[in-house]
Design a protein. Structure first.
Length: 216
């Protein structure tokens, strides 16, 4: 009997070992709490945020360049506009010039040096208006003083017309007394006050450019 047990015990042990080897081994366990999948929602949100930030930086850079180009273009256009406006603006007429002819006491004789006369006549011919102001060294509005002031203005007018100035462009006024340019109490001052002023206009005054109002 013992022999039978010993004989049959070996196969039983061998069968047990073979049964144990035929079962597959269990895989190792993994802690799922430590996993970070690439497609986790937080990772996706982070990537979107980074992409938006990069796009914003690119747009900001392009916007800065565009703004700088726009500023330069506007500055250039403003400079050209000012230049064109200056070129199209009417040129300011040159200032009027005033020449003075002095007279001896009680005289209406016009005496102008030759060199001054040539420049005066040339300017008067090109002017649309020549205004003459006859003056005396009188101290009152006496008839004789008025006649002398008028005669001196007419003498200068005749001088200019004889030199070729259009008489239609000449206007003469006179004043018997006052409007002195120097002290009338001294001989030197009276010599300067006996005069005719010749004002040469480069452009007609505004009042003369407008047509007269209609008569009612």
């Amino acid at each position: 009997m013992n022999s039978t047990i010993a004989h049959t015990g070996v196969p039983i042990l061998l069968v047990a070992l073979l049964s144990a080897c035929s079962s597959p081994p269990k895989p190792p366990t993994v802690d799922e709490s430590q996993k970070r999948p690439a497609n986790a929602q937080m990772a996706v949100d982070l990537m979107v945020c980074q992409n938006d930030l990069q796009n914003t930086r690119i747009l900001a850079t392009e916007s800065g360049r565009l703004a700088e180009t726009t500023r330069a273009t506007l500055t250039h256009l403003a400079a050209r506009q000012q230049l064109l406006a200056a070129m199209q603006a009417p040129a300011s007429p040159p200032a009027n010039s005033v020449h003075t002819v002095h007279f001896a006491f009680g005289s209406t004789r016009v005496v102008i040096p030759v060199d001054l006369s040539a420049a005066l006549v040339q300017s008067a011919k090109a002017a649309p208006l020549v205004l003459l102001r006859g003056r005396t060294d009188g101290s009152s509005d006496a008839t004789a003083e008025s006649r002398m002031a008028r005669a001196r203005a007419n003498a200068v007018r005749a001088y200019l017309v004889a030199a070729g100035v259009d008489p239609a462009h000449i206007r003469a006024t006179h004043q018997p007394s006052g409007d002195h340019v120097a002290d009338n109490r001294s001989p030197q001052g009276r010599n300067l006050n006996r005069r005719v002023e010749i004002e040469i206009y480069r452009a007609l005054p505004v009042a003369l450019q407008s047509p007269p109002p209609p008569q009612l």
